[in-house]
Design a binder for this molecule. Structure first.
Ligand code: NAD
Ligand code: ZN
Length: 374
């Protein structure tokens, strides 16, 4: 299989993202040139450790790199003060030195937590991302956003801290639960919808096969998403402009995640899927794009097994437009009665708007919630 290399051009913080199959088994070769001593600490979670930790340790050992592993329980709860404290103390107990590298082997939870720990431990250590979920391969492992959660909300305590290398081995996705794979696929669709109509059409043609586990298609999709994100991050590392477009579908999505308690009822990517469909509905209603685009988006999401409408969300009977709007207001995306939204002028052309009337959003939510009864 072709191996793809994507460069994130950030001057002295520039790094490579390698995408392909068989990368884990050759991790030592890719990592060895970065290290200052032949030692690294791998941080992972129990689910991932059971399947992929030994192969990684073996691959490092083949290059004479010694390693220790810290294995955490899986789940978002690790991105907390308690989880952060536990990890830092465990790392310090292993006597990590400032010039050592940490390796984050896992999904976005591990990547965000390890990245944040690396940003502050011994005033800043290097780290390497080995993302194991599709969401982490196409989104969270690239771009240097790291964070833990506060009681006030998700990802509120964090830092920009770029990894030194990202190894995205699509073979690792074989052990990912299918629902997690689909949820990550929503973020793949996002790149097409926000900025690449040709890629979106490619996904319409290949998405189902990709989700069945076709490694070559997965690698191509991951590489294209990473190239897209790398370009945006290089242009706007700190999200002062274009990087905000990556939040397409996320304002609605976050409201739905909050309403469902950040639980298994709705995975992040599933919320993003519904959110993107709603963003296209809203764009159509506001006359920003053709009204027939939203049904096209909904069709593709539905055929790949993702939720596309409010009614598809577990517990939608109990939702109210007002409560969902309240969540959006909490997101601080409201200014003078207007909401800030990523909307679409076409497939592949997203725009940030800060003038979306609350009534238009309310109308759309009420309409979809009314239809749920029918
Ligand atoms: P996750 O890390 O919780 O992984 C999902 C589940 O899949 C977990 O149970 C995990 O143990 C399991 N898993 C992961 N890889 C596996 C594999 N190969 N085989 C078997 N099981 C595997 O969740 P996620 O969806 O990867 O990431 C979500 C997190 O990412 C959220 O905390 C979110 O805030 C964060 N995020 C960060 C950014 C960013 O830019 N930093 C962007 C998007 C999302
Ligand atoms: Zn997301």
């Amino acid at each position: 299989m072709t191996q793809h290399r994507v460069r994130v051009a950030l001057g002295e913080r520039a790094y490579d993202i390698l995408v392909g199959g068989g990368l884990l088994d050759r991790a030592g070769e890719h990592i060895a040139p970065l290290l200052r001593r032949s030692f690294a600490v791998i941080v992972t979670d129990e689910n991932v450790a059971a399947r992929h930790l030994e192969p990684l340790k073996r691959a490092l050992a083949q290059q004479g790199i010694g390693s220790e592993a810290i294995i955490l329980p899986p789940g978002e709860a690790q991105k907390s003060y308690a989880g952060f404290e536990h990890l830092c103390e465990a790392l310090l107990a292993l006597k990590v030195e400032r010039r050592d590298h940490l390796i984050a082997l896992g999904g976005g939870v591990i990547g965000d937590l390890v990245g944040f720990a690396a940003s502050v431990l011994r005033r800043g250590m290097d780290f390497i991302q080995v993302p194991t979920s599709l969401l982490a391969q196409v989104d969270s492992s690239v771009g240097g956003k790291t964070a833990i959660n506060s009681r006030q909300g998700k990802n509120l305590i964090g830092a920009f801290h770029q990894p030194r290398l990202v190894l995205a081995d699509v073979d690792l996705l074989r052990t990912l639960p299918p629902r997690e794979l689909r949820a990550g696929y929503a973020e793949v669709v996002k790149y097409g919808l926000l900025g690449d109509a040709e890629f979106y059409a490619w996904l319409e043609a290949n998405g189902t096969k990709l989700l069945s586990g076709d490694a070559a298609l997965l690698a191509e999709a991951v590489a294209r998403c990473c190239a897209h994100k790398a370009r945006i991050v290089a242009a706007d590392e700190r999200e002062e402009g274009e990087r905000a477009l990556l939040n397409l579908g996320h304002t609605f999505g976050h409201a739905l995640e909050a309403e469902t308690g950040y639980s298994q009822r709705l995975l992040h990517g599933e919320g993003v899927a519904v959110g993107m469909a709603l963003a296209f509905r809203l764009s159509g209603t506001l006359g920003l794009c053709d009204a027939d685009l939203a049904p096209r988006v909904e069709r593709h999401l539905a055929e790949t097994g993702l939720p596309a409408r409010l009614a598809d969300v577990d517990g939608a009977q109990a939702f109210s437009a007002e409560r969902l709007l309240d969540h959006m207001r909490q997101d601080k995306k409201v200014r003078d009665g207007k909401l800030v939204f990523i909307l679409a002028e076409a497939i592949g052309r997203a725009v940030q708007r800060d003038d979306v009337p609350v009534e238009a959003v309310q109308g759309l939510l009420s309409e979809q919630l009314d239809r749920r009864a029918a």
